[in-house]
Design a protein around this ligand. Structure first.
Ligand SMILES: Nc1nc2c(ncn2[C@@H]2O[C@H](COP(=O)(O)OP(=O)(O)OP(=O)(O)O)[C@@H](O)[C@H]2O)c(=O)[nH]1
Length: 444
C-alpha cells in the first residue's frame, strides 16, 4: 500500500539543457498573447501546451529566495522551448507549414519567425475586465430533483408523510432516523429535530405538511450562508484555482467541467496537469483541454507537481490568461507527507504571485459520508480550503453530508456535481438542493 503513494522523480541530470527553468520573458515569447485573437474565425479548435521539463522546485529556493533569474532584456526563445511546443502541437493536428526548428547556436526569437502559421496554440485574448456572460439561470435550476430524487435522503422523506400523517413523536423520530441515515450527522440532526420538537409541542404546526415546511426552512438556514458562488477576480492575472481532494472524488472531471463553464463564459483559461501520479490523469486532463479548446501545461507522469504548477503559472502570466486551474493528485488526508506536498505547491505558486492560489477548491465525494468531515479538516489545516465542490450527489448519494459540512465549517460550497456530463456541474443552489431532497408537497 505504501508503494501506491510513493512518487518517483524524473532522474534527469540538473545540468541538462532540458531541465533548465525558463524565465517569464522566454515563456512570453514562446506563448505570445495577441489581442482579440480568439475572435478570429480560424481559431484552432484545441491547443495543448506541453511545458518543457524543468528543474524540480525542490531544488528551487523556498519563498524568500529568488526563483530563476529574470533577464531584463528580451532574449531569443531557446530551441528546446520551441521544440517542446512543436512536439506537442504535432500530436494535435498536422500543420501544413511547420515552423523551422532553430538550432541552439542561432535560435531566432519566436516573434521574428517567418510568416508561416505558428505551431504554437492559438493565443488567448488579453484579459479584459468585462462582466462575463453568466450561465443561463434556468439551466442551472433545472434537473436537481431528477438527479437527486434517487438519493437515500429523498427516498426516506418521500414516503414518510403518508406513513405518518399525524404530528407526533413517531414522526419526529422517523425524521431523526432519516436525517442520520442520510449522513446529516448527529450534531446537525439533533439541532434540527430539537427545534422541530419544541415547535411541535408549542402547537406551531397545523399539520405534518407545516412541519415539513419548517424542516425545509431549517435546512435552508444551514445551507444559505455557504451557498456563495465563486467570484473570479479578473484583476488577478491569472486567477489561480488549485483543486485538492482525496483519491477518486472527481477532481479531474470537475476541472474539465469547470473548463467548459469558463470557456462558455468567454474566459481565457489554462489547465495545469498537476496530477502526475495517476497514470491516466494527465491524458484525461489533456482530453478535456482538447475538447474545450483550452491549453494544458503538463510534464507527464511522476513529474514534480509543484514544478508543473510553477511552469503553468509562468505560462499563464505570459499569455495574459484570466484563469489557471491546477489539478493535483488525489491523496489521503491521513498521509502527512503528501499533505505537506500541497503546502509546497502553494508556496511555489506564491513565488510568482503572492496572492496565488486565489481559490483552494476542495472536491468532496458526496457519497463519502461523515468521513468527509475529517477529510476537510485535514486539507483545511494543510492548505486553507476556500471553497468546496461536492460531487456525485446524483444516483444513490446520501446527500446529507452537505449539511454536516456547512454546519461544521461554514466554508462556501461553490459547485455541486450531479452527474458526469459537463453541464452536470452546477453552481451550488441551496434552494434547489433542499427542494430536490424533500417531497414535492411543499410546492417546490
Ligand atoms: N455520477 C457522478 N460521477 C462523477 C461526478 N464527478 C466525477 N464523477 C466520476 O468519478 C470518477 C472519478 O473521477 P476523477 O475525476 O478521475 O477523480 P479524481 O479525483 O481526479 O481521481 P484521482 O486522480 O485518482 O484522485 C469518474 O468516473 C468520474 O466520471 C459526479 O458529479 N457524478
Amino acid at each position: 500500500m505504501a508503494s501506491f503513494f510513493r512518487r518517483k522523480k524524473p532522474e534527469t541530470p540538473a545540468s541538462s539543457p532540458s531541465t533548465r527553468r525558463y524565465s517569464t520573458e522566454e515563456l512570453a515569447a514562446a506563448f505570445p498573447s495577441t489581442e482579440g485573437s480568439c475572435d478570429e474565425p480560424n481559431e484552432k479548435p484545441a491547443a495543448v501546451v506541453e511545458a518543457a521539463p524543468v528543474k524540480s522546485p525542490a531544488a528551487t529556493p523556498e519563498p524568500d529566495g529568488e526563483p530563476a533569474s529574470a533577464p531584463t532584456e528580451p532574449r531569443p526563445v531557446p530551441a528546446e522551448v520551441v521544440a517542446a511546443a512543436l512536439e506537442v502541437d504535432s500530436q494535435l493536428a498536422p500543420r501544413p507549414v511547420p515552423m523551422p526548428m532553430p538550432t541552439p547556436a542561432a535560435s531566432p526569437p519566436v516573434q521574428t519567425a517567418p510568416e508561416s502559421p505558428s505551431p504554437l496554440p492559438a493565443p488567448a485574448p488579453t484579459v479584459v475586465d468585462k462582466p462575463v456572460a453568466p450561465a443561463p439561470a434556468r439551466a442551472e435550476k433545472s434537473g436537481w430533483r431528477e438527479r437527486l430524487g434517487g438519493s437515500l435522503f429523498a427516498r426516506s422523506f418521500g414516503g414518510m408523510f403518508s406513513r405518518h400523517p399525524k404530528l407526533d413523536d413517531d414522526l419526529l423520530d422517523e425524521i431523526e432516523t432519516a436525517l442520520i441515515t442520510a449522513d446529516v450527522g448527529v450534531a446537525a440532526t439533533t439541532d434540527l429535530v430539537e427545534d422541530l420538537r419544541k415547535r411541535t409541542k408549542a402547537r406551531e404546526f397545523a399539520d405534518a405538511n407545516a412541519l415539513l415546511g419548517a424542516l425545509r426552512s431549517d435546512l435552508l438556514a444551514l445551507l444559505k450562508p455557504v451557498a456563495v458562488p465563486l467570484q473570479i477576480d479578473t484583476g488577478a492575472k491569472p486567477f489561480v484555482l488549485l483543486t485538492v481532494g482525496v483519491n477518486g472524488v472527481g477532481k479531474t472531471t470537475t476541472i474539465g467541467k469547470l473548463a467548459k463553464r469558463f470557456k462558455d463564459e468567454g474566459r481565457p483559461l489554462m489547465l495545469a496537469a498537476g496530477d502526475t501520479f495517476r497514470a491516466a490523469a494527465v491524458a484525461q486532463l489533456q482530453a478535456w483541454g482538447e475538447r474545450n479548446g483550452v491549453p494544458v501545461v503538463a510534464q507527464g507522469q511522476n513529474a514534480d507537481a509543484a514544478s508543473v504548477a510553477f511552469d503553468a503559472l509562468q505560462a499563464a502570466k505570459a499569455r495574459g490568461t484570466q484563469v489557471l486551474i491546477a489539478d493535483t493528485a488525489g491523496r489521503l488526508h491521513t498521509q502527512q507527507g503528501l499533505m505537506a506536498e500541497l503546502g509546497k505547491i502553494k508556496r511555489v505558486l506564491a513565488k510568482l504571485d503572492p496572492a496565488a492560489p486565489h481559490e483552494v477548491l476542495m472536491v468532496i465525494d458526496g457519497t463519502t459520508g461523515q468521513n468527509a468531515l475529517s477529510q476537510l479538516r485535514q486539507f483545511h489545516a494543510a492548505v486553507g480550503v476556500t471553497g468546496l465542490v461536492v460531487t456525485k450527489l446524483d444516483g444513490s448519494a446520501k446527500g446529507g453530508v452537505v449539511f454536516a459540512l456547512a454546519r461544521e465549517f461554514g466554508i462556501p460550497i461553490r459547485f455541486a456535481g450531479i452527474g458526469e456530463r459537463p453541464e452536470d456541474l452546477r453552481v451550488f443552489d441551496a434552494e434547489a438542493f433542499v427542494d430536490a431532497l424533500l417531497p414535492e408537497t411543499l410546492g417546490a
